[in-house]
Design a protein around this ligand. Structure first.
Ligand code: FPP
Length: 247
């Protein structure tokens, strides 16, 4: 991945971009192919986007790979999505590590097949020393599930006397989320003309700028990312106040 150069990296690239990679099924249907073909092409779009995010100086890129609700899909499709995670990590991990990408995975790990859990732990461990771009893959992730898991851990800490009830506030609660210590997304992109959060980053997206595009995910590329960033740069962020806040 090329280092961001003065000409490539807009001064105002958002620090954290989150993406709901939607439209794989429709992209495949338009071509008379199975949905899984669309997901496979979705991985190619993901590879392009990770490369582009690094070039544009984005520091955190969070992508929605598999939701806690995606278990409702046919078993064959679920299994294909798991295979694509295996394939993506097997094919790209060394390259990502060499390019300074730190891989993190958020979501419920319990109940994942042991080899998937191992692949995730290995990717996180191998890339631990990197800090150029954090690639955060939300896998078996749901915002409500994340908040419920955080609440369970928090209650256990209250019971153990590690935190007092009166000290619970958005900052202390945030430290129990999967995203503890990371900045919230500045920009959230959803592809394929759908206008929902679909249980993605519910807590973290409180003041995130939302950009919706009709591009289907397998067609997403650097130009599409630049265009979403350009839209983001037109927004005035006030975070509930009356004056713009530099972000
Ligand atoms: C939504 O499209 C996409 C998903 C549910 C999965 C996203 C997965 C990838 C891009 C590839 C896998 C990447 C990893 C890291 C595992 P959809 O199937 O809902 O599309 P549709 O709305 O057109 O049916």
């Amino acid at each position: 991945m090329a280092q961001p150069s003065a000409s490539q990296a807009p001064a105002s690239s958002p620090r954290h971009v989150a993406i709901i990679m939607d439209g794989n099924g429709r992209w495949a249907k338009q071509r008379g192919r199975p949905r899984t073909f669309g997901h496979a092409e979705g991985v190619e779009a993901l590879r392009r986007t990770v490369e582009a995010a690094g070039e544009l100086g984005v520091q955190y890129l969070t992508v929605f790979g598999f939701s806690t609700e995606n278990w409702r899909r046919p078993a064959e499709e679920v299994s294909a999505l798991f295979d694509l995670l295996r394939l993506y990590v097997a094919r790209d991990l060394d390259k990502l590590v060499n390019e300074g990408v730190r891989v993190r995975v958020i979501g419920e790990r319990k109940g994942l097949q042991p080899d998937i859990a191992e692949i995730i732990e290995n990717a996180e461990a191998k890339s631990r020393q990197n800090d150029k771009l954090n690639l955060i893959i939300a896998f078996n992730y749901g915002g409500q599930d994340e908040i419920a898991r955080a609440a369970r851990r928090l209650v256990a800490d209250v019971a153990a006397g590690k935190i007092r009830t009166e000290d619970i506030n958005p900052d202390t609660f945030g430290a129990y989320l999967d995203t503890a210590g990371w900045p919230p997304p500045d920009l959230l992109i959803r592809t394929s003309n759908e206008y929902r959060l679909s249980n993605f980053m519910l807590w973290q997206a409180a003041y995130t700028e939302l950009v919706f595009t009709d591009t289907l995910w397998p067609d997403f590329d650097k130009r599409a990312l630049e265009s979403a960033i350009a839209e983001y740069n037109k927004r005035e962020r006030r975070f509930g106040g009356t004056e713009p806040v530099a972000s």
